[in-house]
Design a protein around this ligand. Structure first.
Ligand code: ATP
Ligand code: MG
Length: 472
């Protein structure tokens, strides 16, 4: 589809865009040169822009400020896609934005931003970031990484501060042109992901950009500039130092936005999986068959996202970490027997959470899915009723079906449980990335207490009510 969109947008024999040079105070390795692409030479139509974003743009302009639609929205509109959010860049300072909009909240101390609220929609308004440190302490770097930045600057500076050329395009409402300072328009046409400036320097500044490269390449089907690929080869270990909470957010964007399978493949190709899921990457090297479950779960996640169905990080991470979990159990089972499942799960979770901060409301149901597996494998008819009533049964059963795809020995167990659920079989595989919602994860956070039946004093009358025996 992207190819069709691309043809429609760019192959109409349009004249070359007109260029005019603008100088600014910029890093020495980047030259900002404005290329303005007029309305008739690009495919962005106002009809595809959120009316609220347009409202913000017009109001800023009427208030005497420069204001542009920027970043992913411009990129996606050029590709005829549907941006999921609309960001605005302006020369108004956050406090000035707040004065213009009653429905505005300022957020973030380290990166101050204005959020303009329209019901459920939020338009993010960011002041142009500058390149030079003004010495006020508004910018802070730790080991070359930017950890705080409220130094404001010009649009040229703002452009070269962004990560990829295709993410540094500005759409102007006053003349409907696209403004390009770093060659992003051409890179969109050529479907190339290119860092702005020197790749080594940009990845050192923010190693998460390597994961962003993988994500955009997977999502858009763009190739990655060879200079960026070779820089990743040298610098991929730096990802390990990124804040675990940020890596969780980035994992969600990689794996829960409809392009999980492709993201996973690109990560493996770029050898970035070790930085994100080290134990899984390691286990897959030992046992390549482990890939089958992970890939089929990711494919199913993508199908659900595209169908607008809910997906949960609990099931997603259960699949992503399953190779690590299996390896941990295998290492322990000889000495610990069935206890190996619990201690293996705890080991995998604690090691993984040091890298990606997986919140407990997801890691607990994830472990439940794992811990139910040996019980499902056993197919014990006597205990089937209790398992069927378990709040995590459906997720665990769907997980078993994925495991069975890569291991014929599990077919009997899969059939056994399928047979016990009238009407469950046909869409089970699609249902997979189960909507184990946060409500049920709360249950997981507070495991059910096993109630003891009080021994009745000899001679007392039986007074056992259904409630008394419910916990048994
Ligand atoms: P998506 O469609 O996935 O949201 P996006 O391009 O909008 O893609 P965001 O993470 O929402 O990505 O960021 C918005 C914009 O902010 C980017 O387009 C880019 O210009 C800039 N940006 C975001 N993260 C970084 C970063 N780590 N380094 C430099 N610029 C960044
Ligand atoms: Mg965005």
């Amino acid at each position: 589809m992207l190819k069709r969109l691309f043809d429609r947008a760019f192959r109409r024999g349009k004249p070359a865009p007109t260029a005019s040079a603008v100088s600014g105070s910029l890093p020495d390795d980047v030259e900002a040169k404005l290329v303005s692409i007029p309305r008739e030479q690009h495919s962005i139509s106002r009809r595809n822009i959120s009316p609220n974003a347009l409202r913000v743009l017009y109001k800023l302009r009427d208030g005497g400020f420069a204001a542009y639609l920027v970043g992913g929205a411009v990129r996606d509109l050029l590709l005829d896609g549907h941006p999921k959010d609309f960001d605005v860049a302006t020369d108004a300072h956050p406090e000035q934005v707040k004065q213009l909009f009653r429905n505005c909240r300022l957020i973030g101390r380290r990166f101050r931003l204005a959020h303009v609220h329209f019901g459920a929609e939020i338009i993010e308004v960011a002041t142009f970031r500058g390149t030079e440190d003004d010495g006020s302490g508004a910018r802070e770097l730790v080991d070359g990484r930017i950890v705080r930045d409220n130094v404001y600057g010009s649009i040229e500076e703002d452009a070269v501060r962004r990560d990829f050329t295709i993410n540094a395009l500005y759409y102007a409402v006053e003349d409907f042109s696209v403004r390009d300072y770093v060659g992003g328009f051409q890179d969109v046409q050529q479907r190339v992901l290119r860092l702005i400036g020197d790749p080594d320097r940009r990845f050192r500044e923010d190693p998460v950009r390597m994961l962003r490269a993988a994500r955009f390449s997977a999502k858009l089907g763009f190739s990655i500039d060879p200079a960026a690929v070779s820089a990743m080869g040298r610098l991929r270990q730096l990802i390990v130092g990124a804040p675990p909470a940020r890596l969780f957010d980035e994992s969600i964007k990689l794996f829960m936005a409809g392009h999980a399978l492709q993201s996973f493949r690109v990560l493996r190709e770029l050898q970035l999986l070790d930085s994100l899921l080290p134990a899984t990457a390691d286990a897959m090297r030992q046992d390549p068959a482990a890939l089958v479950l992970v890939e089929s779960a990711l494919q199913s996640t993508d199908e659900r996202v595209r169908a607008g169905k809910p997906v949960t990080p609990a099931f997603l991470f259960a699949a992503l970490l399953w190779p690590a979990m299996q390896a941990a159990v295998a290492r322990r089972v000889a000495s610990e027997g069935l206890d190996a499942w619990l201690s293996g799960a705890q080991e995998v979770v604690s090691e993984q959470c040091a890298r990606i901060a997986l919140p407990k409301r997801f890691s607990l149901p994830m472990q439940e899915i794992w811990l139910l597996q040996p019980r499902l494998d056993a197919c014990a008819r006597k205990r089937a009723g209790r398992l069927l009533a378990h709040p995590r049964f459906r997720a665990a059963y769907d997980f078993l079906l994925f495991r069975a795809r890569g291991d014929d020995r599990l077919n009997a167990a899969a059939e056994f449980w399928t047979g016990l659920q009238p009407g469950a079989a046909p869409d089970a595989a699609v249902r997979t990335v189960v909507a184990t919602d946060s409500a049920s994860s709360d249950e997981a956070a507070a495991p059910r207490k096993r109630r003891r039946r009080r021994r009745k004093p000899a001679g007392a009358k039986s007074s056992t009510t259904p409630a008394d025996s419910a916990g048994d």
